[in-house]
Design a protein around this ligand. Structure first.
Ligand SMILES: [Zn+2]
Length: 223
């Protein structure tokens, strides 16, 4: 375990030091965990939180990597389709439009939401929180964004993303061929990076939020 330079145990009274069981609402005081440990609810056995300092340090690089891969995946053609007799190479967004034009509006919406909208909003929300935090600043609307991430999570999950990709490939297989090019490979890499990113519980970000007033008053010459 590394030196704890940031997260000294806060006052027991502050909200940040408390954690509620999301299954039975029992409230506990947060205790420090070593790497790989998990805290479980005594009453119902549900998981309260995991040790996350190690994962937190990798989080911003992961989000940036995911954003770059996302841009590459969407900038290069991923399928080659026959549109009115003309062979065209198109991006994922182009494929969504083609599906829509081919009377598959529902599929188009599903593909758009699972492969573009949800992953992108998740990445942007994470970046919105993590970039100021890396500079020891408090992002505005922190709690609302954390809640937003938690709410979009079920839809931004890697399984849903994979289904979106699969549906695209299957639905397009009659009218399109997947191009084994840059977009496809960076999509594959994006899946891996997203999986790592999504394994981080956004509620754990509370722990790494520094409040400027607290840092120098607590362990100075204080009381
Ligand atoms: Zn519980």
């Amino acid at each position: 375990m590394g030196h704890s330079d940031t997260g000294n145990p806060q006052d027991a009274g502050t909200l940040r030091g408390l954690v509620a069981c999301e299954y039975c609402d029992a409230v506990y005081e947060r205790a420090g965990l070593s790497r790989g440990e998990r805290a479980l609810c005594v009453r119902c056995g549900g998981q309260l939180y995991r040790e996350s300092a190690h994962a937190y340090r990798r989080l911003l690089p992961l989000v940036i990597t995911a954003l770059i891969l996302f841009l590459i995946s969407n900038a290069f053609p991923i399928v080659e389709m026959d549109l009115k007799g003309v062979r065209t190479q198109t991006t994922l967004w182009g494929a969504v439009q083609a599906l829509y034009a081919d009377h598959m509006a529902l599929v188009a919406a599903l593909v758009f939401a699972t492969t573009i909208l949800f992953p992108l909003s998740e990445m942007l929300m994470m970046a919105y929180l993590l970039v100021p935090m890396a500079g020891h600043r408090m992002p505005a609307g922190f709690d609302r964004i954390v809640r937003g991430i938690r709410q979009t999570r079920p839809w931004g999950m890697i399984e849903v993303f994979m289904i979106g990709v699969l549906v695209t490939l299957v639905k397009l297989s009659t009218m399109a061929q997947v191009l084994p090019g840059i977009a496809l490979w960076s999509f594959g890499a994006l899946v891996v990076v997203l999986a790592a990113m999504l394994s981080f519980d956004p509620r754990d970000l509370w722990q790494y939020l520094e409040s400027p007033q607290n840092t120098d008053t607590t362990d100075g010459a204080g009381q």
